[in-house]
Each structure stands twice: as structure tokens, then as C-alpha cells.
Design a protein around this ligand. Sequence first.
Ligand code: KIV
Ligand code: ZN
Length: 520
Amino acid sequence: MLKDTKFGQDQLLIFDTTLRDGEQSPGAAMTLENKIEIARQLDEMGVDIIEAGFPIASEGDFLAVSKISEIIKNATVCGLARSSIGDIDRAGEALKKARKARIHTFISTSDLHMQYKLQMSRDQVLEAIHKSVTRALDYTDDVQWSPEDGTRTDHDFLVLSVKTALDAGAKTINIPDTVGYTAPGESAYIINMLRERIPEIDNVVISTHCHNDLGMAVANALAAVNAGARQVECTINGLGERAGNAALEEIVMATRVRNDIMPYKTNIDTTKITHLSRLVSDATGFPIQFNKAIVGKNAFTHEAGIHQDGMLKHAGTYEIMKPEDIGLMESSLVLGKHSGRAAVRKKLEDLGYDIGDNRLSDFFVKFKNLADRKKEVYDDDLIALMRESTGMADDDNLRVKYLKVVCGSDSPQSAELIMDVNGREMTAQATGDGPVDASFKAVTKLFPHKAKLKLYQVQAVTQGTDAQATVTVKLEENGHLVLGQSADTDTVYASVKAYVSALNNLFRRREIKTSWKEAP
Ligand code: KIV
Ligand code: ZN
């Protein structure tokens, strides 16, 4: 048995990288407002470190890290940087206003990466490690270093690289399984090996960063923790490149439910998990898999008769944690057209939405509108409506006023649309290959643009033919993605509103970009 790390026996630091590694996943780009809101909620949930972005990567990332640095009260805000001086200076600049700032610098150390990606020798890499950590220390004494592709790195060279980073002054050593290649036994072995061969590593925090390509990210991360890692890098919903990163909610709930065999403490308020999970899903447009551990729609649903029978006798028979532990409030209250404001407010609170009186009034109008068309309004309907309200803003340039489509077996289908465009009411008609195509063409006639449609996704919110459809639209302009979402019992109308919402976000993005450029 190895000795305890200096950092302590049982405290596990949660390092969230939803806004950096998570956002790197193709199609997951988030708006600045979304990122700020997610960072705020992560801070409230008790995350220890928020990796807010990769400042050199884009103006958007720089701005996100700067703004998040300004507003976060408790967590350490971290910016990622390769080993070049330019990257580190940019990260240092973005983190200037953070109460607690960390620079996370990395370089590949596997032979494969060094030869083909970096085209650098081992000696050159060691020199870059020393220089990058030293440079980062000019901005903050909280410097984290990572050997990219660490789990596929030759062990002797990994030891040499880690020693170099430690000598230069790194305070956290993170071991990434960049390509999701390792397995629990090996993950633990690497941490043990480093602790045996570099005793001074126990004076700093050892961290683990696992990808899920073989479906083992959480198991690998927990194996590393059992071997002495005291920081876990993870993302909400397991968001991340390819198959994603280790899921925060799984790591946290696993250590909580099986604290008998994983006796670690985190600072996470687990009741905030459901809300954050929905927030990230909304912001990225990535739906949560129904059977996803902890946060999937079915994670607490018992359908089989034998399970239901057991549950009625004692919930513990088939439930290892309670829905309320993750902030999933069960309530028998189903709303309908006779429900009042108080019932709607209570339901929203149960679902984790705390809205003020003004927003409640607007929301209530939308709720009544829906309840007139739909006999029963379920939790998921309210969540969809809430998403839609969040996506709309007073400063929207485009507003849909009226839509009529003609569809059926005879083509082409047609659409007639009335829209407010910068305060002017305008009408357009278009035909297309189906009602959605026709309607989108009508929108483009009224607001010509060059943005490319990258995603058009429709999801039924509940069961039944009167179910609302949530539509997600992603557009790309000059390499930047924007998202629009809307819900309605009329799928075509929801589609047009989602499209228009994405166009409004495009407007906002252009404004942000311009103002950022003008800043000194
Ligand atoms: O997966 C990885 O190697 C990374 C590093 C930047 C830590 O995300
Ligand atoms: Zn990663």
C-alpha cells in the first residue's frame, strides 16, 4: 500500500471540462451566454476547477474564458494552452480577472505523437515542458501540466517528462488517456508506477483525464483515483470528442453510492445534477441518451412488473439512489388548462427553474396556449417550453408572426410566412420539397443569408399524437456554429421558430465578434 498523497486521503477534486474538452466535440459549440450560464451553475454546484476554454483557439474561447474569469466566485478558472509561449500568454491574459486562475499546459509525449504530430525529439519535448511550465508560472502559481497521449507513452519517458514538469514548478500533474485506450488495471498501474518512481509527485495533485472510446472512461478514472489520483477531469453528460469524456455525474454518484469501497468526498451538491445536465443538453443540442446512467430519462423508470412490485414494497429493492439525490423531483402534479400560476411556478421550481415574476407572466401565457391545445401538460412539455422561452430575447431581430403551409401527397408543398424583420412586417411565399423546406425557403427570402444548415433535429417531447416536437437547428457561418431550439405541437411551426431563433443568435454572434475586435 502506497502512502497517502500530501493532498489528503479522501478529498477528490472535481475538474469540469465541459466548456473546453466537451465543447471540442463536433457540433457541440455553445454560445457565450450558454457558457456563462453553465459556468455559473457549475460553480454553484461546487465544482473545484472549471476549465473554461482554450484561449488561443478562437476569439470566442478567449472571450468565454475572460468573462467566466470575471464572474466565478468560488471555483478556480482554468485556461488550456499548448506549450508555446503564444498559447500561454493568451491564457494568462484571458485569466487576468479570475479570483483563482490556473493555466493548464500540455504537450504530447507518446512516440507516435512526437514523431508524426509534433515532429520533435524527446529532448526537444523535455525542453518545451520546462519552458512552458516556467512561462505559465509568470501568470499564476497554479500550473497544471499534462502529457497528451499519456497512457500510450513509454513509461521511462513519462517519468522523465513528469519529473521535468515538477522541477519546473507544476502543482498538478494530469495523466490523460487521450484516445480512450487504457483499461482500469492499466490506469491504476500507471498512477502507482509514477508514485513509486517519483516520490515527490505526492507533494502535488495527481489528476486523471479519461476518454470513453472503449466505454471505460469512468471506470478508468475511478481506478486512477483508487491508485492515488485526487483530481478527476470530467464533463456533464460525458460530453466530449468522439465517444466523450468521463461523465461528472457518474463519477460523483459512484463515489457517493459506493462510498464504502470508494471513500472519497467531493464538494458537489448532487441535487444540481439534473438541472445542469439539461442545461448542457439544451446548449449543445445533444439529446441525452434515454438509458444514460444517472441522467437518462429511463434511469429511474421501472417498467417490468416484477420490478414495479418490488419498488412498491420497498424502493431500495431496485433503486440504489433516490431521484431527489440528483435533483429529479417526482411529483404527481400533471398540469392542464385549469392550472393556475402558483401550480406552474411550483412545478417549475421542482424542475429546477427559478424564475422571477416577470418571466413567470410571459411563461404562463405560453403555458395556457399549450394547455388549450393539449389536454395534459407533462414535465417534459414544461421543460421544452422553458427551453423555448430561454432562447427568445427582447432584442430578437426576427420574429415569426404567421405561418401557413400546404402539404400532403401532391408536391411541391408551399408556405406563406409573415415575419418581423428588424421591426418591419414582411411577407413571403415559397415552395419546397416538403413543408419544412418550403418554410425555411420563405424565411431565407425575407432574411437572405449565407449560413449553412448543419443540423435539423426533431424529437417528440412526450408520447401521443398531440405531443410537442422539440426542434433543434444549427447553422454555421465562417466556421462558427449557432443553435436555435423551439417546441410546439405543430412540428413545422416549431421548425420555423427554431430556424429563426438560430438566425437571431447569428446576429448576436456577429455583434459580439465586432465589439470584441474593437476592444483595445
Ligand atoms: O485528451 C487530452 O489529452 C486532453 C489534454 C489537452 C489534456 O484533453
Ligand atoms: Zn481530452
